[in-house]
Ligand binder design. Structure first.
Ligand code: G3I
Length: 321
């Protein structure tokens, strides 16, 4: 883990994993998750999202989020917290309420105070706003944007900074890993807008949901990371996985290994890069096949708990750098 603060993997609460048809493997899965020599950091893939923590207005439930927060504490892992304001997995009441700017400001403020307040002191970082951009780099037309415009971004970061002054506050998105993409330019604009408004933002999270057969080079990842690093204190690869068009074969697994290695190289070489988080580590628990039919094998342990070549590949890269 040369030069990095952490190398980690996200995880879900056990009952959420039930859609993966391998409950008998939980013991093996948990053994890897609990082994301090594997991962030094974790993130709840779902448990802290609005849908789970405030399913009804002012009704808070931290059961799901606590599972992973407690696991982090008990296994001595850093905890990245995810995500305070996101248009997806939003509680239905947020989308159906007829908001005015004032009432929505109140709801966002209450939500962040309650959630970031509850976890105060336990989160190394918070993804304060997640995926505010469309593919073309303009703002996504979420309920938050429709009612408040870009003010909702400033609001979210301001409230988070008040509530948990020690957590690093991140903007987190996918498709912002390449230096020349319009969405990366959008992320740079968004961060600059917050800074110009005098709002504290500490980090940019590149989710890095990548493709084995068409992935960025290490140089591209370095250039992008350095671009964000010129604006904020830190950057991180927050949801790394590398999907394969199934069936997987040796060639595709080799491409995948190279992609994982490039991310490691980039993070080690960029001073601002604090760490890498895999978006889970066991293929059957990956979100990829649910969303992209015919794609998968995106993590580093296969269904039978043998390791992808990417595992040793990353170890080798860490040793070399
Ligand atoms: O809550 C139900 C549960 O009651 C039921 O038992 C279970 C089985 O059917 O389904 C559960 O809902 C699923 C939920 O995850 C919790 O497991 C949803 O169907 C499923 O769509 C949802 O997917 C999550 C996805 O975000 C939603 O957009 C993935 O697990 C999660 O990995 C994924 O993570 C996102 C990041 O937060 C943001 N970046 C992209 C990334 C991948 O989509």
């Amino acid at each position: 883990q040369a030069g990095l603060l952490y190398f980690g993997a996200a995880t879900d609460t056990p009952h959420q994993r039930e859609r993966a048809p391998y409950p008998e493997s939980y013991a093996q899965y948990d053994a890897i998750l609990n082994d301090p020599s594997e991962f030094g950091q974790t993130t709840p893939t779902n448990g802290q999202k609005w849908l789970f923590v405030e399913p009804q207005s002012r009704l808070f439930n931290f059961t799901e989020g606590d599972y992973v927060a407690d696991l982090a504490q008990n296994t001595n892992k850093l905890l990245r917290c995810h995500a305070l304001v996101w248009h997806s997995q939003l509680a239905p009441w947020v989308e159906t309420t007829e908001w005015t700017p004032e009432t929505l400001t109140g709801a966002i403020t209450r939500h962040i105070r309650a959630v970031a307040g509850y976890y105060r002191g336990r989160c190394y970082a918070w993804d304060v706003v997640n995926e505010a951009l469309d593919e073309d780099g303009t703002y996504r037309k979420s309920v938050f944007y429709e009612v408040l415009g870009e003010e909702y971004l400033k609001l979210a970061f301001r409230v988070a900074a008040e509530v948990d002054p020690d957590a690093k506050l991140y903007y987190n998105d996918y498709g912002i890993e390449r230096p020349d993409s319009v969405k990366t330019a959008g992320a740079v604009r968004l961060v600059t807008m917050l800074k110009d408004a005098g709002v504290r933002i500490d980090g940019v999270g590149m989710q890095a949901h990548l493709h084995a057969d068409n992935h960025p080079t290490a140089e591209e990842l370095i250039a992008t990371s350095e671009g964000y690093g010129a604006l904020v204190d830190e950057v991180a690869f927050t949801e790394l996985d590398v999907r394969i068009k199934m069936p997987a074969n040796e060639t595709k697994l080799e491409w995948q290994k190279e992609c994982y290695q490039k991310v490691v190289t980039a993070c080690v070489k960029v001073k601002a890069c604090v760490g890498i988080t895999l978006w889970d580590f066991y293929d059957p628990f990956s979100w990829v096949p649910d969303v992209f039919e015919g794609q998968g094998a995106s993590l580093v342990w296969f269904e039978d708990f043998s390791k992808h070549p990417a595992y040793d590949g990353m170890v080798q890269t860490f040793k070399k750098l």
